[in-house]
Design a protein around this ligand. Structure first.
Ligand code: TYM
Length: 329
């Protein structure tokens, strides 16, 4: 049995990238393994949410998670800030995380580029908190998308470093995990890059069908293939990638063949893609509303999940303190 940890920031609604990159793999693991699933609401503070919004954001993301099929009877579902032990482990790990290696992290460099006005220390040490989230439950598998690969490498490094410094075999080195072996990157609809929460290029699980149709119909394409067998351009490849996760393989083949023979009509491809996205997201969308309306249920889930996560986290922190040399008088 594996111990599995995965999480999502409470900074916006879940999109297709979150679902196919991380949540779907977690769903497959939750019954047979010791699974922890949490809302990263400490991590969310790097973007300075207003106090009036923080709770509502957490609640929305929690409801969306549960609507995807994450089952609190099987997995431990909790809110990161309900387990403050993680902040102690984060502090302890920070003592052996070097500024140079943190500054070289791709996600940090990207944040500097995009938000030069808010380069806070929380962003710099984001991978350390993420490592603490994972190793505090001694996880060995972490279902995440491709964009988190480097953070998982750093988690392994921090775990290994702790074991080496204190000459113990305490933390396992966790792996980023996907059932298909390759970590997934779901692209956006704007022709370049990954689908993101704040990139304006995403399809959200909570989007109503008419919005999904509108977004897909206005996705970037190109002028069409000019020679048989021509490789699709980047934006068109992206649409095929999304199609490969939501549509039947025969549908993907149909449109791939049409592209190859220069007979493709992007309007037809988009119409089909929109309907297939709607089919996948429909049941989730309907459940989100019901779950959001049931405050008692949500409160019970996070209370029970928080207690279980705290029991696991406080055991680790107690042992880590001991290893480091904190002793009772
Ligand atoms: P977040 O909220 O940015 O993303 C949550 C999960 O969704 C995946 N993801 C994608 N996968 C494929 N294609 C995309 N376009 C795409 N966009 C997002 C992410 O890889 C991630 O798995 N740092 C984490 C949150 C976190 C965490 C953790 C995760 C904090 N502590 C511990 C696992 C374990 C993050 O990026 O969240």
């Amino acid at each position: 049995m594996d111990t599995v940890v995965s999480g999502i920031r409470s900074t916006g609604n879940l999109h297709l990238g979150n679902y196919f990159g991380a949540v779907k793999n977690f769903l497959k693991m939750q019954k047979e393994n010791n699974c922890f699933f949490f809302i990263a609401d400490y991590h969310a503070l790097t973007t300075h949410p207003h106090p009036d919004d923080l709770h509502g954001n957490i609640k929305q993301v929690l409801a969306e998670y549960l609507a995807c099929g994450i089952d609190p009877e099987s997995a431990t579902v909790f809110i990161q800030s309900d387990v403050p032990e993680v902040s102690e482990l984060y502090l302890l790990l920070n003592m052996n995380a070097y500024v140079g290696e943190l500054e070289r992290t791709a996600s940090f460099k990207e944040k500097i580029r995009k938000h030069p006005d808010n380069i806070n220390a929380g962003l710099l040490t984001y991978p350390v908190l993420m490592a603490a989230d994972i190793i505090i439950h001694k996880a060995n598998k972490v279902p995440v998308g491709k964009d988190q690969e480097q953070h998982l490498e750093m988690t392994r490094r921090f775990a290994r470093r702790f074991n080496t410094i204190y000459d113990v075999d305490y933390f396992p080195e966790p792996d980023a995990y996907n059932f298909g072996n390759e970590l997934i990157k779901i692209p956006g609809l704007d022709g370049t890059g990954k689908m993101g929460k704040s990139e304006g290029n995403g399809i959200f699980l909570a989007d109503p069908p008419e919005i999904i149709r509108k977004k897909v119909m206005s996705a970037v394409t190109d002028a069409g293939p000019s020679q048989p067998g021509q490789e699709p351009s980047e934006p068109v490849k992206n649409l095929f990638t999304i199609m490969s996760v939501v549509s039947d393989p025969s549908t993907v083949k149909y449109f791939t063949d049409k592209h190859s023979s220069c007979e493709i009509r992007y309007g037809d491809l988009k119409k089909q893609l929109a309907e297939d996205i709607i089919k996948v997201t429909d049941p989730i969308r309907n459940r989100i509303k019901d779950i959001l309306a049931d405050n008692q249920y949500l409160a019970r889930v996070v209370r029970e999940g928080g207690e279980k996560a705290r029991a696991s986290a406080s055991k680790t922190v107690r042992e880590v303190r001991e290893i480091i040399g904190y002793r009772p008088f």
